[in-house]
Design a protein around this ligand. Structure first.
Ligand code: NDP
Length: 462
């Protein structure tokens, strides 16, 4: 018990904040949480959840096409965008309610207001003031658009996609990260003509090079106009839509231009400078290994600290912090072997090191990879391939990276993340009996090392 109104006050009701608040309250801390917008944050409202629902929606087009090979006759089909959006909104509203109840259950006091720090222990909520012993900043991030001419006037960001009144017939997507690749697949599947523009020579920077190449090939085979070294210099409204001027490559016109060019931490208007919470050069709240900011009683977790911007990471951080502060169970979060997926079509899923990272870290690296036509497509005639790759530290025989481009990749890689965390060796992978017939069994049946193309060839490819 302290002399403050709350033992713990969380600013931000997204994945990290909600987890921290409810666990802290469960440990007996008098807990408050402020969220002005929507409970569940980016993930539930304008991120993972609605995105995945839209990925499901868009995949039906391929399934209808493929059904013929199995004897089905699928009649004419149309897609009704407003129905998708309305049903998606209903599901999001249901989840918002669950988040509210998850907080109320253990007794968290929820303020549906903007919170501003007045001093290290005082928070303004409109005209109300509350005090707290410990404060957590969990305000997440938001999409960011470049300052190039016309972009802020004419482009939309990922938040806007979820509320478009109608599906565009033509879309230009700028960016080569998770969000750009995911929406390229969504819109293509729903019938939109998609051009994706990435400014460097190969998208998904940071992923394994083979994975990046494999996804690019699959997306192009599927009919997405994916262009690299394509730099947009300005956007203008034209009679026919929105025109993007490309450096060195003319112009393109579409009904909608989506910029998926990264996200920035939400730190404005919180009063952080007033209380002395330091930010890093990237604008993120700077924290130590215990998530403590430069002000000793103020902590931060999730996208606002800009470490790994993934929902399960924010949840792990919030949970560890609450256990540390209020259950006398000090613990941190391991950022090793965090699996991630790009829900492109086909999806990409990875855990551990890329080949490039492993070669920098280990003396000798063995690579096992395979690319094959999935069984389903032997009947559909679709030109689609699945790519799988294992990266092994030859000296210890430990598998240090698993990568996949193909249907069900995210479902498969989650299990392999456990194996990597347990330190599984290639010999143990090999000793595991495959589950037949699946795609996943390829991960335990790859026996032939890929020849090492040599450093010179690798550098040329990069
Ligand atoms: P990313 O940082 O992943 O990608 C941003 C992309 O935009 C990069 O390709 C970058 O190019 C490009 N870019 C940046 N600035 C410009 C510019 N001025 N002009 C043209 N292109 C530019 O951001 P996202 O917005 O896709 O996603 C943000 C984060 O959210 C991700 O990193 C991820 O952590 C998380 N996320 C996770 C998802 C998942 O788990 N499935 C889904 C969606 C998001 P360059 O490579 O040259 O920097």
């Amino acid at each position: 018990m302290t002399g403050y109104d709350f033992d713990f006050f969380v600013i931000g009701g997204g994945s990290g904040g909600v987890r921290a608040a409810r666990i802290a309250a469960g440990h007996g801390a008098r807990t408050g949480l402020a969220e002005a917008r929507y409970l569940g944050g980016t993930c539930v409202n304008v991120g993972c959840v609605p995105k995945k629902l839209m990925v499901y929606a868009s995949h039906f087009a391929q399934d209808f096409d493929d059904a013929g090979g199995f004897g089905w006759q699928v009649g004419p089909r149309t897609h009704d965008w407003p129905t998708l959006i309305a049903n998606k909104d209903r599901e999001i509203a249901r989840l918002n309610g669950i988040y509210q109840r998850v907080l109320e259950g253990p007794g968290v006091t929820v303020f549906r207001q903007t919170a501003t720090l007045l001093d290290p222990h005082t928070i303004a909520l409109g005209d109300t003031r509350v005090t707290a012993d410990t404060i957590l900043i969990a305000t997440g991030g938001q999409p960011t658009l470049p300052d190039d001419p016309g972009v802020k006037d004419h482009a939309i960001c990922s938040d806007d996609v979820f509320h478009l009144p109608r599906r565009p017939e033509r879309i230009i997507i700028v960016g080569g990260g998770y969000i750009a690749a995911e929406f390229a697949g969504v819109f293509h599947g729903l019938g939109t003509q998609v051009v994706q523009l990435y400014r460097r020579s190969l998208f998904l920077r940071g992923f394994d090079q083979d994975v990046r190449l494999a996804l690019a090939e699959e997306m192009r085979t599927a009919g997405i106009d994916l262009r690299f070294n394509a730099i947009v210099t300005r956007l203008d409204r034209s009679a026919d839509g929105i025109t993007a001027q490309l450096r060195d490559a003319g112009s393109l016109t579409a009904d909608c231009v989506l910029y998926a060019t990264g996200r920035k931490p939400n730190t404005e208007g919180l009063g952080l400078d007033r209380v002395g919470v330091a930010l890093s050069d990237s604008g993120a709240v700077r924290v130590d290994d215990d998530f403590r900011t430069s002000v000793p009683n103020i902590y931060a977790v999730g996208d606002v600290i800009h470490r790994i911007e993934l929902t399960p990471v924010a949840i792990a951080e919030g949970h560890a912090l609450a256990d540390t502060l209020f259950a006398n169970r000090p613990r941190g979060v391991s950022y090793d072997n965090v699996p991630s997926a790009v829900f492109s079509q086909p999806p990409v899923a990875s855990v551990g090191l890329t080949e490039e990272e492993a070669r920098r870290r280990f003396r000798t690296v063995d690579i096992y990879k395979t690319s094959f036509r999935p069984m389903r497509h032997t009947m559909t005639g679709r030109e689609a391939k699945t790519f799988m790759k294992l990266v092994v530290d030859a000296d210890s025989d430990r598998v240090v990276g698993c990568h996949m481009v193909g249907h069900d990749g995210p479902e498969i890689i989650q299990g392999l993340a456990i194996a990597l965390n347990c330190g599984a060796t290639k010999a143990q992978f090999d000793a595991t009996i495959g589950l037949h017939p699946t795609t996943a069994e390829e991960f335990v049946t790859m026996r032939t090392k890929a020849p090492d193309p040599g450093e010179a060839a690798r550098q040329a490819a990069e």
